[in-house]
Write a protein that binds this ligand. Structure first.
Ligand code: SF4
Length: 196
């Protein structure tokens, strides 16, 4: 049974990145994969978790830059910058923009830029079911985030098939905030976000 982790929001006492301070919340399995909430209780739990994480992100001094990076530069896994993976994908679709998980790996220095083969991830998972995701990531010299993404893609039976019309020029921060507004319906707080 999923439980909401005990959490005290400390809006102005940010000694470190808020999502790191509240790692138990941001790494909660339901928040990482909202589609896994199958029972009414899990959905209620997910709703509570999402509200807490959203409040933390919207009050985070890094919010605007974090949102831009998570939408435009790196395909991070899980909940980030007040958005789920699905919401960020919808925002990219609106913006005509696409990023790959490997962008994040290059940024974190986990790979030389070689694309991680989807079939290789699935093969390693099948032949070594007891291995942790960290072990598989180490073998493929990529991030755990990338491994998770390939496994999810496999569970969902492949990509969505939606191919947005792509632009060559990255969207601006204003455009990303507008897309956030359109996709999540978060209104008041987003208007107050400063575009750095
Ligand atoms: S906005 Fe980004 S950096 Fe700030 S708490 Fe949310 S995920 Fe973390």
């Amino acid at each position: 049974m999923s439980k909401i982790p005990s959490l005290t929001l400390e809006r102005n006492a940010v000694d470190t990145v808020p999502c790191v301070t509240h790692a138990k919340l941001f790494q909660h399995e339901l928040l990482e994969e909202p589609s896994s909430a199958s029972t009414a209780e899990q959905r209620r739990t997910l709703s509570g978790l999402t509200r807490m994480a959203e409040e933390i992100c919207l009050n985070c001094p890094l919010m605007t830059n974090c949102l831009y990076a998570a939408v435009v530069r790196y395909d991070v896994a899980g909940y980030a910058a007040g958005t789920t993976e699905r919401q960020r994908a919808a925002m990219r679709s609106k913006l005509g923009w696409r990023v790959t998980p490997e962008n994040l790996d290059i940024f974190t220095g986990r790979t030389s830029g070689r694309q991680v083969e989807h079939d290789e991830v699935i093969r390693l998972r099948r032949v070594n079911p007891a291995d942790s995701l960290e072990t598989i990531a180490e073998r493929l010299n990529c991030s755990v985030s990338t491994i998770k993404r390939h496994l999810r893609m496999e569970r969902r039976g492949g990509t969505s098939g939606v191919t947005p019309r792509l632009k060559l020029v990255p969207p601006s921060k204003e455009q990303v905030i507008t897309a956030l507004h359109e996709v999540t319906g978060v209104l008041g707080q987003v208007r107050q976000l400063r575009v750095a």
